[in-house]
Design a binder for this molecule. Structure first.
Ligand code: FES
Length: 108
């Protein structure tokens, strides 16, 4: 599948331990800074479509808990780790180039 790379934000725009929602190339992303590493997942809980950017990050497990009912998703893969979410969500590769956070998204 073709992918395209996009700038999400400046590195210093997202403090450690925080998440924020971004609209990039038509995708609503939840970007998280965990210990200086950036993770991007769909900004949509698969249980009831709640934004995930306001979720609770568990740095040790590299997962985020939905702010509504607590379903957890792996920040690296988007895998649903606990109920009530049963479906995985998308996760997207990120990188840092200079002072910018980049993300790879499906499509050219
Ligand atoms: S909306 Fe996310 S667990 Fe229910």
């Amino acid at each position: 599948m073709a992918v395209s790379r996009h700038v999400v934000c400046r590195v210093d725009a997202l403090p450690e331990g925080k998440g924020e929602s971004f609209l990039v190339a038509g995708w609503r992303l939840a970007l998280f800074n965990v210990g200086g590493e950036f993770y991007a997942i769909e900004d949509r809980c698969s249980h009831a479509n709640v934004p995930m950017a306001d979720g609770y990050v568990h740095a040790d497990e590299l997962c985020v808990a939905c702010p509504w009912h607590g379903a957890e998703f792996d920040l690296r893969t988007g895998k649903a780790l606990s109920l009530p979410a049963c479906e995985d969500i998308e996760a997207f590769p990120t990188s840092v180039e200079g002072d910018q956070v980049m993300v790879e998204l499906p499509g050219g």
